[in-house]
Design a protein. Structure first.
Length: 474
């Protein structure tokens, strides 16, 4: 058996021998069989074959003829290596041939429901190879790509679903993972091209969300939209009906609630917006609160989602709810710290306090980070408020003749306010102390992990905030 595997490998590695896909399948089967005696030899042969300069030229044969998923994956990886390392030196005809082969193969595998489900892993890997080609060719040598993929998406819902995955991968590659794989000039070019052509992508997403009844396609569209929300022009968010559609249609539906909440969290966490969008941001917050009241009543237990009988979807919902409230309050707390929006602010803080009591470390860390950062800003905000009050009093005209002398002694209410702002320690209960120690690393005010042993927060800000909100509900 050892001789046959070694001889088969030698035949594949020789340039003067035609490539035999059946022989490759035998070596791949040996490499992926844990108990095969020549597994190490087979792996070594596959590594040498993948490093062979001309191996990628047999990729189309491997992908078309291999009977093993692992064999076709090997062919794809060989082709992806050539795209990432040799693309610029390949003749124009070979580059066009590779591009057309990948596109046509993706279309053929996505032609119907059965094929799409059966070849899901293979399609996902081919999508990644197509994105590798796009990073080399688009926009200069393939300027019509966005128009082509958006146009083809309207012909088939199954193909449209996969095209949404491709667009999401492209966005993630350009805006999240591009730093170590592309030059700064190339990254800038891709970002500018995506910004310029995003109108077509947005129209496609809105068309799908309004016209499709296929749950898988709607979920894929929401995930794709989420990948674009952090960088697209703000007019698409606040000058369209996108937010209202997300809240009224998809947040209200249990099947799409988590995906819709993820999109809303991305929008709500955007900071440093123009003042003209303040009203829209407040409407987003109010809309989510009202819709949330229909899903989670004020007296419902959020901790029950993390019990033994709790569903994973409910746990994900609570985590994303924590991200929504903490992200919104970090970025836009001033917009709801008004007399008009005060009750709604307390409603949101009450939800966040209840979420903080959920027995999950990840959720607790999210909430703890917000309480820490939020209460750290209280002294400075109090000083600004006090300074404004002093300026206002100083600007008042002095007492008229014959009027009672104004006392310079602080009033009792002001003394209580000063003491509340400068209080140093409110003891945490024993369960909260244990959870605060478990939630490591404790972050500092600027978001960096605090060095050394995790500690209870200075000034016990979390306990102070929780107690203040609970008093309002007592």
């Amino acid at each position: 058996m050892t001789t046959s595997v070694a001889e088969a490998g030698q035949r594949l590695l020789q340039d003067d021998q035609p490539f035999d896909v059946a022989v490759l399948d035998g070596i791949v089967a040996a490499a992926y069989e844990p108990r095969h005696p020549e597994r190490a030899t087979a792996n070594e042969i596959l590594m040498k074959l993948r490093e062979k300069p001309g191996c990628w030229q047999a990729a189309d044969q491997i992908i078309e003829k291999s009977s093993l998923p692992q064999g076709r994956y090997f062919g794809l990886m060989a082709l992806d290596d050539a795209i990432n390392t040799r693309w610029k030196i390949l003749p124009e005809g070979q580059r066009t041939g590779i591009k057309n082969f990948i596109v046509n193969k993706i279309i053929s595998l996505s032609k119907d429901e059965e094929s799409s489900m059966r070849e899901r892993t293979m399609i996902h890997q081919m999508n990644k190879v197509l994105v590798s080609i796009l990073k080399q060719e688009w926009p200069h040598n393939w300027p019509s790509f966005i128009g082509d993929i958006c146009g083809a998406s309207k012909n088939s819902e199954i193909l449209c679903e996969n095209n949404m995955h491709i667009l999401r991968l492209l966005s993630e590659e350009v805006f999240d993972f591009s730093k170590d794989s592309m030059t700064t000039a190339k990254i800038r070019t891709l970002k500018e091209s995506l910004n310029t052509e995003f109108a077509e992508i947005f129209k496609l997403c809105i068309f799908v969300l309004g016209a499709s009844s296929r749950p898988q396609l709607i979920s894929a569209t929401l995930r794709t939209l989420k990948a674009f929300l952090s960088w697209i022009p703000l007019g698409y968010l606040f000058e369209t009906d996108l937010i209202r559609t997300l809240i009224e249609r998809f947040f209200a539906a249990a099947q799409f609630r988590n995906a819709a909440l993820e999109c809303l969290t991305e929008i709500a966490s955007l900071a440093d917006l123009e003042p003209k969008y303040d009203a829209k941001v407040v409407q987003l917050y109010v809309g989510v609160l009202q819709a949330l009241g229909q899903v989670v009543p004020p007296n419902a237990s959020l901790a029950s989602a993390f019990e033994a009988t709790g569903r994973e979807a409910d746990q994900t919902f609570v985590r994303r709810l924590a991200l929504f409230f903490s992200g919104f309050f970090k970025a836009h707390l001033r917009l709801v710290e008004t007399r008009e929006q005060g009750p709604l602010l307390l409603d949101g803080l009450n939800y966040l306090v209840r979420i903080s009591a959920v027995p999950d470390n990840e959720v607790f860390q999210i909430c703890l980070d917000f309480w820490h950062a939020s209460v750290h800003s209280v002294p400075s905000r109090h000083r600004r408020a006090s300074s404004s009050l002093v300026d206002a009093v100083a600007a008042r005209p002095g007492p008229r003749a014959g009027s009672p002398r104004t006392s310079t002694r602080p009033r009792r209410g002001d003394q209580r306010l000063d003491r509340a702002a400068t209080a140093t320690t409110i003891p945490l209960s024993r369960p909260l102390r244990r959870r605060a120690r478990a939630a490591s690393p404790v972050v500092s005010a600027d978001g960096r992990p605090r060095a050394g042993r995790p500690r209870i927060l200075e000034n016990n800000c979390f306990s102070t905030a929780a107690c203040s909100v609970k008093r309002d509900w007592s």
